[in-house]
Design a binder for this molecule. Structure first.
Ligand code: G1P
Length: 311
């Protein structure tokens, strides 16, 4: 087993160059990462999650048509002055918090050559330290501290750590899938299981998947990943896959651990799950929750039986 890393991770990388085809035509002119989840962009939740986990420096790997993301994380003196003049202290605080939450940097991916290629663009920013990667489509409920747990596992065991979720065998072909061995000595603070990853494959056919455990969009990576990514050939979808680079690290004997997440995760990249996330999060809010819950009860009572959803 490797020695634990000398330096803990302090930086986060968020790839945001994806085209958002599942939300067209909404995403023709608005980056999918800025679609609102209740009243904040999905991306704001992700940046806040990184900051809460102790990663105040965030690099966004952007692409063409993503200029609005830079605008969102920029200061808006005119807007702030207008809110100040109106005496709207609450909204002013919200607007300021959205930019003050982290130090956000940007780099352009240039060509869309896959997640591994996007992560490689962060090499100069990251340097020789472990770092986190957060994918914008996966929203982790702020009451569940997945990233903090992963950082703790990385600090203790070294190597890399990925977040895993049992998605059922029938869904595994949409994800990176892993083979694992138990690590009963290494449970996370929350009680989430920690496993040793022994193999990874990107979006395998259902009948070839090593397990029903999927990689969800949180990674804590050792900087050795960059050298591996530079020599990783395009894989699934003719793209340079982060999953393939992790598989190479495992083959070379580097430790890769998995935290099997048992908390609340919303896939805001999927239209149905996006709607569920908006309703669930709004219904739990102090301001919107009470009237929304009252309305939902009435709405559901009036739904015809065939309209009922299965999950
Ligand atoms: C990416 C990764 C995949 C992972 C997924 C999690 O795929 O390549 O291994 O399971 O994110 O959301 P994408 O969803 O970008 O196709």
């Amino acid at each position: 087993m490797s020695s634990p890393s000398a330096r803990p991770a302090t930086k986060a990388v968020i790839p945001v160059a994806g085209m958002g085809t599942r939300f067209l035509p909404a995403t023709k002119a608005v980056p999918k990462e800025l679609l609102p989840v209740v009243d904040r962009p999905a991306l704001a939740y992700i940046v806040e999650e990184a900051a809460r986990a102790g990663l105040p420096e965030v690099l966004m790997v952007t692409g063409r048509n993503k200029g609005a993301i830079e605008d969102f994380f920029d200061r808006t003196p005119e807007l702030e002055a207008a809110l100040e003049k109106k005496g709207d202290a609450d909204r002013l605080a919200e607007v300021r918090a959205s930019t003050d939450v982290a130090q956000v940097y940007f780099v352009r991916q240039g060509e869309a050559r896959g997640l591994g290629h996007a992560v490689l663009q962060a090499a100069a920013f990251v340097g020789d330290e472990p770092f986190a990667v957060l994918l914008g489509d996966d929203l982790i409920d702020e009451r569940d501290h997945l990233l903090e747990q992963m950082l703790a596992v990385q600090a203790e065991h070294g190597g890399s750590v990925i977040a895993l979720l049992d998605v059922g065998r029938e869904n595994i072909d949409k994800y990176g899938a892993v083979a694992v061995e138990p690590r009963p000595d290494a449970a996370a603070a929350s009680g989430d299981e920690v496993v040793l990853v022994t193999g990874l494959v990107e979006k395998p056919p259902v009948d070839e998947a090593p397990s029903s455990l999927a990689i969800i969009g949180r990674y804590v990576l050792e900087p050795q990943i960059f050298a591996v990514l530079r020599e990783t050939a395009p894989g699934r979808g003719d793209e340079i896959q982060l999953t393939d680079a992790l598989a190479t690290l495992v083959e070379r004997g580097r430790p890769v651990h998995g935290v099997v997440f048992s908390g609340r995760r919303y896939d805001t990249g999927d239209r149905l799950d996006y709607l569920k996330a908006v309703i669930r999060l709004a219904s739990e809010r102090d301001d919107l929750g009470p009237p929304l819950r009252a309305w939902l009860h009435e709405f559901v009572a009036d739904l015809p039986a065939e309209g009922a959803s299965s999950s």
